[in-house]
Design a binder for this molecule. Structure first.
Ligand code: ROI
Length: 170
């Protein structure tokens, strides 16, 4: 079968970045993900502005979650996302490659649970991160079971919004 046929697994991808061209990068990354053979977009959440998790002496982040249907194996989808990060996620500052400006995280791959040296599915950072859970809840069924973590709506209820705000649809 070609990668285009048998689109059977629903995967969720988290997108984020925190430099000034992040909005452009997220739109461009979205197009690049849609262009991967064997991947079809099902939904794209609003864009959300969030306070940085971790070191606070950095700009706010913009985050979103995308649902796709795919015929790819999880590791092939991961590789495609990493290629897109490399081609979109770095900007030139002076002579040197600047910090990574685009993160693409494979959050879920159907109901699979994978834990090896390359990949942890579901992504360990889903639970407790408002900038993942709220956009995910916008485009996924509320009763979605996240293997090993619980039901999406319960995880959202347990997670304060902190400063998270939707900044609109694209
Ligand atoms: N904080 C927010 N709000 N959003 C992110 O996507 C994000 N990504 C990161 C760190 C630096 C941990 N903080 C983040 O990699």
């Amino acid at each position: 079968m070609t990668p285009e046929s048998n689109l059977s697994t629903i995967a969720y991808i988290g997108l984020g970045g925190n430099l000034e061209n992040t909005l452009e990068l997220l739109g461009s990354a979205r197009k690049a993900i849609e262009a991967v053979p064997g991947v079809r977009e099902l939904a794209f959440s609003s864009l959300y502005r969030s306070a940085p998790m971790g070191p606070v002496d950095q700009p706010d982040f913009v985050n979103a979650v995308m649902a796709v249907e795919t015929s790819l194996a999880p590791r092939d989808l991961l590789k495609a996302l990493q290629m897109i990060e490399l081609s979109h996620g770095r900007v030139r500052t002076d002579q040197r490659w600047g910090p990574r400006t685009l993160d693409l995280d494979l959050l879920m791959f159907g109901l699979e649970q994978i834990s090896d040296q390359w990949l942890t599915i579901p992504h360990a950072g889903i639970a407790g991160r408002e900038f993942v859970l709220y956009p995910l809840a916008e485009i996924a069924p509320p009763h979605l079971a996240i293997p090993g973590m619980g039901i999406l709506s319960d995880l959202v209820s347990a997670c304060p919004r902190r400063g998270l705000e939707a900044i609109g649809h694209d």
